[in-house]
Design a protein around this ligand. Structure first.
Ligand code: TRP
Length: 340
């Protein structure tokens, strides 16, 4: 008898980003561009992690606007709802449900050791709420609900992913195989984009200095201005070298948007000053972002289409995640509910 044909299922990728402000060039080159390219090879599930965002107090109107903008912008960047699942975390109730369950399988001491918790509670000493503390089990729920294989994360989230694996292993150890253990996905060409004003710090949307970060939706003239003011050094030579953080960062950005290697960039600007180089980087970035800005303008005006996308995304995400949640609840010993 012929063996049954087994088609290798695609690996599941899960990632999320918080809609906590403007999406920056750092978010785009460091994470989103990679999310887009993974869509053909993997079963990708992407979310706006809005439940995580309220661990820091939000103004309601701004929060709503940031979430809408982030949804439209991610579509404009190339997340394709026909290929990938793309939803808003708060629309899918299984996330908060599993998070509560996982809270009960996570130790106080483990959460206390999280560097992000320590950093954020130092930054917001007047609002060290319980959600800030239990943020990692919610993130674990996001990942584990979809039996995720791989999670593309930056270094700042690696500790959270390790905790996710520990929680999953602990649960599996008590109740038998329930959750798949996710691995970190380290992108081949991962870019870490630094602040234009202090290139030893990561580019951040919450930076107080407006010239430090580029928003994906910045107008070309603002992009040009910020690059003109970018901090470099006094050597006046475009080359990649230790100690030249500002120039290295600009070369990294230039390489991301043009595909040129550092050697090609060095050759291109041999004998030229930083003024020419910074103008070229600014122009290349503005050009690269132009089509995204144009598509964004279309999406953000089309509320019906956006609603249709996130409605469909939430429906599919619920259908997948409820299976994991039911399994978990049953194993723990909850009486199965009647369908509502
Ligand atoms: N905590 C992540 C951040 O702030 C966002 C996030 C939420 C996430 N849930 C996730 C990332 C699950 C990866 C997987 O960047």
């Amino acid at each position: 008898m012929e063996p049954a044909k087994t088609e290798e299922p695609q690996k599941v990728i899960f990632s999320a980003i918080q809609p906590s402000g403007t999406i920056t060039l750092g978010n785009y080159l460091g994470a989103l561009k990679n999310w887009i390219s993974l869509q053909d090879e993997y079963d990708c599930i992407y979310a706006l992690a809005d439940l995580h965002t309220i661990t820091v107090r939000q103004d309601p109107a701004a929060f709503r606007r940031h979430t809408l903008e982030a949804y439209a912008l991610l579509l404009a960047c190339g997340i394709d709802p026909k290929k990938s699942l793309f939803f808003i975390q708060s629309h899918v109730p299984t996330h908060a449900q599993l998070a509560w369950v996982l809270d009960c399988y996570t130790q106080f001491g483990e959460l206390q050791r999280m560097t992000q918790f320590k950093d954020k509670s130092a930054k917001h000493p007047d609002n060290i709420n319980a959600g800030l503390f239990t943020y990692p089990p919610l993130m674990a729920a996001d990942i584990l609900l979809y039996q995720t294989d791989l999670v593309p994360v930056g270094v700042d989230q690696k500790q959270h992913l390790e905790l996710t694996r520990n929680i999953a292993e602990r649960f599996n150890g008590i109740y038998g195989p329930t959750f798949k253990l996710p691995d970190a996905y380290i992108p081949k060409n991962g870019a870490k984009i630094m602040s234009l004003q202090d290139p030893t710090k990561k580019m951040s949307k919450s930076d107080e200095n407006a010239n430090a970060s580029i928003a994906v939706l910045d107008k070309p003239e603002d992009i040009m201005r910020k690059f003109r003011r970018a901090v470099t050094d006094s050597e006046a030579c475009v080359r990649y070298a230790e100690g030249k953080d500002g120039v290295n960062n600009l070369m990294g950005i230039y390489s991301c948007v043009t595909g040129k290697t550092n050697a090609q960039t060095e050759a291109e600007f041999a004998g030229k000053g930083y003024g020419d180089f910074k103008a070229a980087v600014g122009e290349a970035v503005a050009e690269h972002l132009r089509p995204i800005r144009e598509r964004y303008a279309d999406y953000i005006r089309n509320r019906d289409y956006l609603e249709q996308c996130w409605g469909e995304g939430a429906r599919k995400a619920y259908a997948i995640s409820i299976r994991t949640l039911r399994k978990v609840m049953k194993k723990i010993g909850f009486v199965p509910p009647k369908p509502m």
